[in-house]
Design a protein around this ligand. Structure first.
Ligand code: SF4
Length: 340
């Protein structure tokens, strides 16, 4: 892939999204992510945001997921102008963050990320701009320290993610398929969250609570959902969710070579191959379809279901962690008299 999106692809993207607004009744969100979207530099970022905003009305959500290292006041002004909100990825205090988040020279990114978040938090339009923080869980960390640290950074919303991994390559920090390091970590976080009257939102826990109360989650990865995710690469190629890359080489590719230069998005989304990919969100393993937690767990994200022997036809590699956190939420709701 070219490292940066070209002006031609910018234009094709703008008209592809304009067409999608006309063709598709269902709402959708546009998210810039990477690599690192701010590597574009100010001039190319302006071109991209301008063409995106020209294709989508002001009320249509456009957001950016960034490592935060290149946030400047000029970048923030552009984002205000084109109504683009920003979420920053950070895993915790320096020692935890810099264990995995390093720059191309292998140096920890902590100082630059925190400086970027400070600019975002102190901006006069931060209520709109600062969408939240994204933290990948390190099960060896102390959840109370991670929580206090992220809360201090001023985000109104924090999202926690499981690490990549599957049945053939266990995620970092997970001893075995049966172990529950992540589940226990999340249960400690739940206790802290529920006892804090001034807590930021934690989407992962809120979704479990919502789903246990019979409502809907708001993001992929929990619940029996019907989200469609399409990735548009820097050359305009249309691919599957890039998280699938962690399963096997080429897992994110369609057999059709679709591109926004040559195809209309609605045509791609209505194709048989896209529908099969979309259906992958639904868990197929008999352990999941007969599971008492399926409505809340949903069988986990497809990438976490993968095994070299059995494809995606497995419960999540985080199955026991999911059971631990969902059953704990369920007990708390029963204790509070919110569910029978
Ligand atoms: S992954 Fe485990 S907890 Fe989730 S639905 Fe499947 S069997 Fe149930």
């Amino acid at each position: 892939m070219p490292p940066l999106i070209s002006q031609d692809t910018n234009k094709a993207l703008s008209s592809a999204l304009k067409d999608l607004v006309a063709d598709q009744a269902l709402p959708f969100a546009a998210v810039l992510h990477g690599g690192e979207p701010l590597m574009l530099g100010l001039r190319k970022l302006r071109e991209l945001l301008k063409s995106l905003r020209e294709s989508l009305p002001d009320t249509h959500p456009i957001s950016m997921q960034t490592n935060g290292m290149l946030i400047t006041n000029e970048v923030l002004q552009l984002c205000v102008h084109y109504r683009v909100s920003i979420s920053v990825s950070i895993d915790g205090p320096k020692l935890i963050n810099d264990q995995f988040r390093i720059d191309h020279k292998g140096k920890g990114t902590y100082e630059k990320v925190v400086a970027g978040i400070a600019l975002l938090n102190n901006h006069k339009e931060s209520d709109f701009l600062y969408a939240g923080l994204l933290c990948v869980i390190n099960p060896h960390s102390d959840p109370s320290k991670i929580y206090s640290f992220l809360k201090e950074l001023g985000a109104a919303s924090i999202d926690f993610l499981y690490r990549d991994g599957n049945h053939s390559v266990l995620p970092f920090g997970k001893e075995s398929l049966e172990s529950i390091e992540y589940g226990e970590w999340l249960c400690t976080l739940l206790d802290i969250y529920l006892s804090d009257r001034a807590a930021p939102k934690i989407r992962f826990l809120d979704d479990i609570i919502r789903l246990e109360l019979g409502s809907q989650g708001i993001k992929e990865g929990l619940g029996v959902t019907d989200y469609g995710i399409a990735i548009i690469e820097t050359d305009g190629a249309i691919t599957k969710n890039d998280t699938l890359k962690s399963t096997f080489n080429g897992a994110d590719q369609f057999s059709e070579k679709w591109s926004i230069h040559t195809h209309r998005l609605s045509e791609v989304f209505n194709s048989e191959e896209f529908k099969q990919y979309y259906a992958m969100q639904r868990a197929t393993s008999s352990a999941c379809t007969s599971c008492d937690y399926i409505n809340t767990c949903g069988g986990g994200m497809p990438l976490h279901r993968w095994s070299d022997d059995n494809g995606y036809d497995n419960p999540s590699v985080y199955c026991n962690d999911q059971k631990k956190i969902i059953s704990t939420v369920r007990s708390r709701l029963i204790l509070e008299g919110l569910v029978a």
